[in-house]
Design a protein around this ligand. Structure first.
Ligand code: GLN
Length: 310
């Protein structure tokens, strides 16, 4: 990073301190019962620079599920397995003002890969003989990209969502009825919810972000985990569609391509600089972490992380 370690550490600690006034603000996601079964005021932050410098704060080893952050992973896998033209024939590229589990932004196709309908579409494009094999490929890739070998299916979270997922089931059947995919909707839904239930911690998110910030190249092995064109697609979609119906405002105020999930995590990518992972499970009305957003906001300003101010 451009500043020295002590300076960055000081700025991050100050940002964490000033976000403390938001403790208690926002609500846990409870439409998936297991997600309400957490300490609401838990907090963790991790930043990893493209040169491998790592900054960890709070409960940084705490495990939570990826939820919508897995949509980034599903898009990457769909792009690995298909040409981009084929992917974007089936899913759109534009933000939507509707909530992530709405059926409204499905016209000829889902508005973008980061709403539920779009992520089910990308899920349907991932190769493998059955759901198990497809999921194993997704998980293996996530372990490699995040260097979090412990990443696994959180079965309680998975079961809890599978038991309560009527809306997503409707979306899956609707997509099939529109011939956006031809697979069994139950299987597509199962794969999507498994991906949402992959365990992570903020360090793993920061590492994933750092790989995206590093043109897709692994920081240690220098192995190309994504091509430059895949990075271009994924990070630009994070910038325009990653924060639900608040994506435009977040990009304007913070300027960091990001993807949030209803478990309270946010993944951020500052191209050429670093990856960021935050966890704080109280959410605003759109499903974004209240304190997480504020941390991004302060850090963006204090460390000049906005992609528009360089
Ligand atoms: N698994 C969640 C769902 O499908 C993910 C939503 C989210 O994180 N926004 O509803």
């Amino acid at each position: 990073m451009l500043y020295n370690r002590d300076f960055i550490d000081e700025k991050i600690k100050t940002a964490i301190k000033s976000s403390e006034n938001l403790i208690g603000k926002g609500k846990l996601a409870n439409y998936i019962p297991e997600l309400a079964n957490v300490d609401p005021d838990n907090f963790a932050l991790s930043i990893m620079s493209v040169t491998g410098d790592c900054f960890n704060y709070g409960n940084y080893n705490y495990e939570f599920s990826l939820q919508s952050i897995s949509k980034v992973l599903l898009l990457i896998m769909a792009l690995h397995d298909n040409d981009p033209e084929v992917v974007f024939e089936k899913v759109g590229t534009e933000p939507t003002r509707y909530e992530f589990n709405s059926l409204v932004p499905i016209d000829e196709k889902a508005a973008n890969p980061f709403i539920n309908a779009g992520a089910m579409t990308t899920s349907s494009m991932i190769l493998g003989n059955d759901v198990e094999e497809k999921f194993a490929r997704i998980l293996e890739y996530y372990q490699k990209m995040s260097q979090y070998e412990k990443a696994a299916l959180m079965s309680e979270v998975y079961k809890s969502e599978m038991d309560t997922t009527d809306r997503n089931k409707a979306i899956a059947y609707y997509l099939k009825s529109k011939e956006i995919f031809t697979d069994d909707p139950e299987k597509v839904l199962d794969l999507y919810i498994r991906a949402c239930s992959i365990s992570t911690n903020v360090g793993a998110l920061a590492r994933m972000g750092a790989v995206l910030a590093n043109k897709g190249i692994d920081l240690d092995s220098h192995y190309n985990l994504l091509s430059k064109s895949e990075v271009q697609i994924v990070v630009s979609q994070m910038a325009t569609c990653g924060m639900y119906e608040n994506s435009g405002k977040f990009l304007m105020n913070v300027g960091i391509p990001s993807k949030s999930g209803v478990s309270g995590g946010i993944l951020g990518v500052v191209p050429g600089v670093c990856g960021i992972g935050v966890y704080s499970p109280r959410l605003d009305a759109t499903g974004n972490s209240v304190r997480g957003k504020e941390i991004f906001n302060i850090l963006g300003q204090e460390l000049d992380l906005s992609i528009f101010i360089h």
